[in-house]
Design a protein around this ligand. Structure first.
Ligand SMILES: [Zn+2]
Length: 135
């Protein structure tokens, strides 16, 4: 069953536009250089609203995972059990992304492993970011 792309809002639209170009962006504060994601209106560290977009190198590590077995999301129910991993971004491990870890068997997510971003095509042709073991 398909994943869904969240409906972008004004803040997240540039992020999703970049995903369609196979790029993973996070916000970068031009006052203090803090990286942050998900996008916010102001810097989480210094409060500045001077935020730009930074293209990450798409490298991360698996921090932890759970396995969804009784999700209430009806469109994902038939896929259960579903891995749901937390990936930390190497450029700033305070930044986390969720991943279903395509290619890894349920319950067998490699905690601590190096991963890299990839882009999955959805049935409507749009792309969504995902993570896989670094090649
Ligand atoms: Zn800042």
């Amino acid at each position: 069953m398909p994943k869904l792309i969240p409906t972008p809002d004004e803040l997240s639209q540039p992020f999703w536009d970049a995903v369609q170009q196979q790029k993973l962006l996070v916000q970068q504060c031009s006052a203090c250089n803090t990286l942050q994601y998900p996008p916010k209106a102001a810097c989480q560290d210094c409060g500045s609203d001077k935020l730009d977009w930074h293209e990450t190198n798409g490298k991360g590590h698996v921090l932890e995972f759970v396995v969804l077995q009784d999700t209430h999301l009806p469109y994902r129910g038939p896929d259960q059990p579903i891995n749901l991993a937390i990936v930390t971004l190497d450029e700033d491990p305070r930044i986390n992304f969720f991943s279903n870890m395509p290619g890894e068997a349920p319950f067998e997510v490699p905690v601590g492993a190096a991963v890299e971003v990839m882009f999955e095509e959805l049935p409507d042709g749009s792309l969504i970011h995902e993570w896989r073991r670094a090649q």
